[in-house]
Design a binder for this molecule. Structure first.
Ligand SMILES: Nc1ncnc2c1ncn2[C@@H]1O[C@H](COP(=O)(O)OP(=O)(O)OP(=O)(O)O)[C@@H](O)[C@H]1O
Ligand SMILES: [Mg+2]
Length: 332
């Protein structure tokens, strides 16, 4: 039995490596986080920080191919996601954990009616007739507020707007009542007004269905709106993890501090939009010590040592070798 407070997903020391000209190069390493039932974890960080690689490896889409390897554990309902066989992976995907991607068109088959595609996903996991699956598909489309769902079930993907296509994918994701949803930048390809509608829908779904969610984004504003906790990634590692409210009030890692300073609402309070000079290192050039040090205005010589993510208080962790002693230098 798992208690109400036990994590639904507990990832420890996830490492994904690729063979780069005969040498193993880590794309992500020492990634640890957990998600409780019904909780939304925001996974944030600049482009290339390893957000998608982390998510894809949990779903079995990365790290298993030739020239790639995985280590660590990802405990989910008594199983280790990193060690499922192909059959177990098939049955987990979409059924226990569903994933929604950035570009809805690439996840839909242009040749089939959307109702048919949702129904097909239902029949992979549930023993129902085609007619029953079609009814369940229409119900799922209704749930995600696609108007005239019964009629629209007979439309093809190209007959939907971008926002409606993303609703179709969300319908597909929830159709088998998963306990967790991984959304990888689900609104990035959409207009701003449609983005807000999809975020509102995801929030509603998570509340109505008690879904746990990993929400991947580079937008701290979105994290503030919909996440309970956040994990900040930099150069393949998590640098800070904690409650959203506490982290926004007092970020513990200089990188989180800079990300927040670059948020328009916070920047206007501080008087300027501050971005971090330089760019993150590529996996082939990760420094041996703190990976953010070359861009960090608080770095000391001692920052050349390897770092670990340390729990600093219950539910909060920080990877900065200086702890929070850098903070007093911030106001200058
Ligand atoms: N299949 C792959 N083979 C080799 N390198 C890869 C592969 N997929 C991703 N990478 C590299 O791994 C690193 C992490 O990529 P990832 O896609 O996880 O970043 P991300 O945080 O999702 O970025 P974005 O915000 O742009 O989506 C990047 O350096 C990327 O180039
Ligand atoms: Mg990505």
């Amino acid at each position: 039995m798992t208690g109400a407070k036990d994590p639904l997903l507990n990832v420890e020391n996830l490492r994904v490596e690729i063979d780069f000209n005969g040498a193993w190069v880590p794309l992500v390493d020492d990634v640890s986080f957990s998600v409780k039932p019904g909780e939304t974890l925001g996974l944030v960080g600049e482009s290339g920080s390893g957000k998608s690689v982390s998510a894809m490896s949990l779903m079995g889409f990365m790290g298993r191919q030739r020239g790639q390897r995985l280590s660590g554990t990802a405990a989910f309902q008594g199983k280790d996601l990193l060690r499922l066989n192909d059959r177990e992976l098939e049955s987990m995907r979409g059924n226990e954990i569903a994933m929604v991607f950035q570009e809805p068109m690439t996840s839909l088959d242009p040749a089939f009616k959307v109702g048919h595609q949702i129904a097909a996903g239902i029949r992979v996991h549930q023993h129902v007739t085609a007619a029953q699956a079609k009814e369940m598909a229409i119900e799922a489309m209704d749930k995600v507020r696609i108007p005239s769902a019964r009629v629209r079930a007979d439309s093809y993907p190209h007959e939907f707007s971008g926002g409606m296509r993303q609703r179709v994918l969300i319908a597909m994701a929830i159709a088998n009542n998963p306990s967790m949803l991984i959304a990888d930048e689900p609104t990035t390809a959409l207009d701003v007004s449609v983005q807000a509608q999809i975020l509102a829908l995801l929030t509603e779904m998570k509340e109505d269905l008690g879904l746990a969610m990993i929400f991947i984004t580079h937008n701290m504003g979105v994290v503030a709106d919909i996440c309970d906790r956040l994990a900040v990634m930099y150069a393949g590692q998590i640098v800070e993890e904690g409650d959203v409210f506490e982290t926004f009030a007092a970020p513990q890692h200089p990188y989180t501090d800079r990300l927040l300073a670059a948020m328009p609402s916070i920047a206007s309070r501080r008087g300027s939009l501050e971005w971090i000079p330089g760019s993150p290192p590529k996996p082939t050039d990760f420094p041996a010590g703190c990976r953010f040090a070359p861009r960090c205005r608080h770095r000391l010589d001692s920052c050349e040592q390897p770092t670990t993510l340390l729990e600093i208080s219950p539910g909060r962790s920080n990877r900065c070798l200086r702890g929070n002693t850098w903070m007093e230098e911030n106001e200058s």
